[in-house]
Write a protein that binds this ligand. Structure first.
Ligand code: ADA
Length: 571
């Protein structure tokens, strides 16, 4: 399944799903002569018994049969974590980051049999500033779908839909990006429909000329009547289709369909509002990690996670710590789960952030995340750089650049970052919402004995004097570890009872403070971590702070989370 809805009626596309030939490789320039295994795509090689711990390069091969001469567009939704793509032996693409998509376009491909080879590399090196040994696992493989499309010389590259309300009427800015990959200029017209009803706009009546190898954005502002808004409780969605007519042809040569929702997000007087109604976002930090499928989720297991989070009373989820699979975001749109989506980074020191690749790899991740996920109404908050060096002047410079980048691409959502620097963070003035990861009764000397509310209020007092005055607060992480099945009446650390107590105490505070507009428990499910640097800090070489374990078996804390979340007046 490519998306939860058809993205094209005119353009033809095929998901290259199924068994691909596979072989490990030592060097990405020496393609394997022999393929020793078959691996399912999308998937991660760690699910194969011989590659559970494999860290290195793997070559995936797929034969492609083309019925007639055409232009091809491959969309790789996620290759972990570095990709090199070869078509008929020619290197056509390189991409870094497992969690964002990229395309490869090939013009004038002759009909017949062709060979697609993808080299995935999940090794750690100076070249990788974001995928590093960490408190989550860096899997390997073609972890998200691969899509093959037939495209014309001129095609629709993207649609951006930005809804807003003015004097109680809905409007939207619609931006249709058109691309020309031919050596001649062409004329074109664009039409758009919303749930198949034509959208009236002067821009859609005009004819445009696009230069050879050019791109052109057709921007229009349109008003809409009788709209059913998107909200967490009533997640109304619409299908937005753009149609392209080239060189005066009366039939469309291309189309692009996305699913949108009419909602506005804002902060007024320290209150978080969706469609001008106060909301409290409560839920979990969720890693894309599962004992059965690793990082590569089939939609069925995504739905299972969403149903369990909702059963516990969640209305929101944080994509800790990277852009998520767009099919999961499609489900959040449908179920009304509000999303804090963030770029890819976790716990990087200033030294890590000064890796020569870091700033470009973050910039690319933000560009690609926002380009692909812009229209999801469920995303209400963009986050960056979880627990990186926001307590240093050099780090502040990088935080500022990335927040400016996000705001230049999207002024319709709120921006934040999760800090782990109480009393020393230098970046709280840069964000719309102040967010902290606080583990008062798990980490630190006072572990288990601190008065959560008293300690939190001391921090709040500092926040208000250091850039956060009048801003809403989100508790972006809190919780404690429990080994599934470890029950002990003494309620010691790592028992399910102790995790229950930690969450009972923290939720009692964080769900009942006027300035707190959200709370994300760390974390939804136990997840695998890298043995390197983390094994001795993580029993089972897992992060065991899940409320369910890696198989989604509920721990004792499930019921206390459900009690608190369900009793919270959210709207
Ligand atoms: C940090 C970090 C999480 C996880 C958590 C923990 O807050 O953001 O990714 O590592 O701590 O389990 O300690």
């Amino acid at each position: 399944m490519i998306r939860l809805f058809d993205t094209h009626n005119v353009r033809t596309q095929l998901e290259l799903k199924g068994l691909w030939e596979f072989a490990t490789v030592e060097n990405k320039n020496n393609l394997p002569g022999k393929y020793t295994h078959k691996l399912f795509v999308p998937g991660c090689w760690e699910t194969h018994p011989e590659f559970i711990n494999y860290r290195g390069m793997g070559a995936f091969k797929k034969d492609i049969f083309i019925k007639e001469d055409t232009n091809l567009r491959f969309v790789f939704k996620g290759i972990s974590h570095t990709a090199d793509v070869y078509f008929d032996g020619e290197h056509i693409s390189h991409h870094y980051n497992a969690f964002t998509e990229f395309e490869s376009i090939l013009s004038e491909v002759q009909k017949g049999k062709h060979e697609l080879i993808v080299i995935a590399d999940n090794s750690f090196s100076e070249d990788s500033s974001l995928h590093v040994p960490n408190d989550y696992y860096a899997y390997g493989g073609i972890i998200r779908p691969v899509v093959l499309q037939n495209i014309d010389h001129v095609f629709i590259n993207n649609i951006k839909f930005t809804p807003y309300k003015k004097r109680n009427k809905w409007y939207a800015e619609i931006d249709v990006a058109v691309k020309n990959i031919s050596s001649e200029s062409h004329n074109f017209k664009v039409e758009a429909t919303l749930n198949t009803s034509g959208i009236e706009s002067n821009e859609f009546k005009k004819e445009y000329t696009i230069d050879s190898m050019g791109t052109l954005s057709i921007k229009s502002t349109v008003s809409f009547d009788n709209i059913n808004e998107w909200s967490s409780t009533e997640p109304n969605l619409y299908l937005l289709q753009a149609l392209l007519y080239v060189d005066c042809c009366n039939t469309p040569s291309d189309d692009y369909i996305d699913r949108i929702g009419f909602r506005e997000v804002s902060v007024i007087d320290g209150t978080l509002l969706v469609n001008n109604k106060e909301v409290f976002v409560q839920g979990f930090n969720r890693h894309e990690d599962h004992a059965i499928c690793g990082v590569s989720f089939p939609v069925e297991l995504m739905i299972k996670d969403i149903e369990l989070m909702r059963d516990m009373g969640s209305n929101a989820v944080r994509t800790s710590h990277y852009p998520n699979d767009e099919r999961f975001l499609d489900l959040c749109d449908e179920y009304g789960l509000m999303v804090w989506e963030e770029n890819h980074a976790r716990g990087l020191s200033l030294e890590d952030m000064q890796n020569p690749n870091f700033e470009k790899q973050c910039k690319d991740c933000i560009d690609e995340m926002m380009n692909a996920h812009y229209n999801h109404p469920s995303i209400i908050i963009w986050g960056i750089l979880n627990e990186c060096a926001s307590n240093t002047p050099e780090g502040r410079g990088m935080y500022k650049n990335q927040i400016n980048q996000i705001k230049s691409l999207d002024s319709s959502r709120l921006v934040t970052f999760a800090s782990c620097y109480p009393f020393t963070d230098l970046c709280l003035d840069l964000v719309d919402i102040v967010s902290y990861n606080l583990y008062y009764n798990w980490y630190g000397e006072a572990r288990g004995t601190s008065d959560v509310e008293k300690t939190y209020l001391e921090l709040l007092n500092w926040i208000e004097k250091n850039g956060g005055k009048g801003k809403p607060v989100i508790l972006s992480e809190f919780g404690g570890g429990a080994i599934y099945g470890f029950r002990n009446p003494g309620r010691p650390f790592w028992s399910e009872e102790r995790q229950y107590d930690i969450l009972d105490e923290t939720l009692s505070v964080y769900l009942n403070r006027p300035e707190i507009v959200g709370a994300f428990i760390w974390q939804y499910a136990d997840c695998r971590v890298t043995e390197e640097k983390w094994a001795m800090k993580r029993p089972r070489t897992m992060n065991n702070k899940g409320i369910v374990d890696e198989y989604r078996r509920p721990k004792l804390a499930y019921e206390v989370v459900q009690k608190h979340f369900r009793s919270k007046k959210i709207q």
